[in-house]
Design a binder for this molecule. Structure first.
Ligand code: AMP
Ligand code: ZN
Length: 113
């Protein structure tokens, strides 16, 4: 998956402002933030979208949720509120086809759609 920009970030082939890393996931600041806090949490394994969840890889999604929770605390938005968004497929506006959870907060967010 050398053509996948997020796989390139996982392999440190292109730079990113990484704020968390372990053996399963990576988190970094979105290059085009829509709010004061805008972090992306991704699995290190290439999984294109939530359509590709299987019994074998489902556990990483729970871990991504926990990392998002921890990063929301670090960012100081856990109590003020934040949104976790996963876009899947054309109608959602998914642009990068390596699944990622947007963690967005730090301002009052507008309605969902
Ligand atoms: P989505 O529409 O859910 O696929 O969102 C993709 C997100 O990735 C957008 O918010 C982009 O700003 C972000 N993005 C794309 N390239 C990079 C990059 N090199 N570093 C950080 N964020 C990126
Ligand atoms: Zn990838």
């Amino acid at each position: 998956m050398s053509e996948c920009i997020f796989c390139n970030i996982v392999r440190k082939e292109i730079p990113a402002k990484i704020c968390y890393e372990d053996e399963r996931v990576l988190a970094f600041h979105d290059i085009n933030p829509v709010a004061p806090t805008h972090i992306l949490v991704i699995p290190k394994e290439h999984i294109a979208s939530m359509n590709d969840i299987t019994p074998e890889n489902v556990e990483v999604f729970g871990h991504m949720a926990f990392v998002a929770q921890q990063l929301s605390k670090e960012a100081g938005v856990a109590e003020s509120g934040y949104r976790v968004v996963v876009n899947n497929g054309p109608d959602s506006g998914q642009v990068v086809h390596h699944v990622h959870a947007h963690v967005i907060g730090g301002r009052v967010l507008s309605s969902l759609c």
